[in-house]
Design a protein around this ligand. Structure first.
Ligand code: G3P
Ligand code: MG
Length: 245
């Protein structure tokens, strides 16, 4: 069984990491969704990849950490989807949890780069707990110390270790990290057969990101990956036949 994540929702069809993007992904039949979380000035969890909103709205120069939730809710992030999605704003994590059924696997990525959100781990676990959603969630981050804090607070929460650059033997790094790592999330550019074999031999699931080309996806499935993060609805929503191979 290969499990594919709609990366930031269906970002080719609606503004990334917003409710319409998640709804689109769900409509495509996605079984899993990836989203990024950050903190506002008043310590609310919002779902966004960048630490500023300028990519979506050039009239919004401030950093997320320097704005209150109220201020952020006044900013249109429809970006290039203006015609259809004018007025779309960043969702809070609560709002996303409201629309996600229990069966939908969520990968929540703590975006601690370049801003380090002190205490985000406690706020995240508290939020998931309030929504009775401590199950069917993987928490990942490029910040492996954030993952350690998550594991200290919620020891049974599956942890996904993200790697941007290729490091030597990340499976050994994970083993010696002192963390109970469930999955390794490597950049797809260096995910080859040997890499997947070694990670899996060490007991880790492997979910490379971001895989948009169908041929490359098939190749990675042949290498034995457990799933991928993808922007392509053909991959995250319509790959049943491949899964059965
Ligand atoms: O979690 C997979 C992927 O989202 C990591 O990279 O920069 O797209 O958040 P990025
Ligand atoms: Mg991400």
């Amino acid at each position: 069984m290969v499990l594919n994540f709609a990366h930031r929702g269906s970002l080719t069809e609606a503004p990334e990491n917003t409710l319409p993007a998640f709804q689109k992904a769900i409509a495509h039949g996605a079984e899993a969704i990836e989203l990024d979380v950050q903190l506002t000035k008043d310590r609310q969890l919002v779902v966004c990849h960048d630490h500023k909103l300028t990519r979506f709205n050039k009239n919004a120069p401030k950093r997320i950490i320097d704005m209150s939730l109220e201020e952020i809710k006044g900013i249109d992030v429809s970006g290039s989807f203006k015609e259809e999605y004018m007025g779309t704003t960043l969702p809070t994590l609560d709002e996303v949890l409201e629309i996600c059924q229990d069966e939908l696997l969520l990968n929540i990525e703590i975006k601690n780069i370049p801003v380090l959100y002190e205490g985000i781990e406690d706020i995240l676990i508290r939020c998931l707990s309030e929504y009775n959603r401590l199950h069917n969630v993987i928490i990942s981050s490029f910040d492996h110390m954030a993952l350690k804090r998550i594991q200290d607070i919620a020891p049974s929460m599956p942890i996904g270790m993200l790697f941007y650059y290729r490091i030597l033997q990340p499976w050994k790094y994970a083993e010696h990290s002192g963390l109970e790592v469930a999955s390794i999330h490597p950049n797809q550019v260096y995910t080859d057969r040997e890499f997947v074999k070694q990670c899996k031999a060490s007991g880790y699931k492997v979910y490379p990101y971001t895989v948009n080309d169908l041929k490359h996806y098939e190749e990675l499935v042949d290498f034995g990956v457990d799933g991928v993060f993808s922007n392509n609805p053909e991959i995250f929503g319509k790959v049943t036949s491949l899964k059965l191979k």
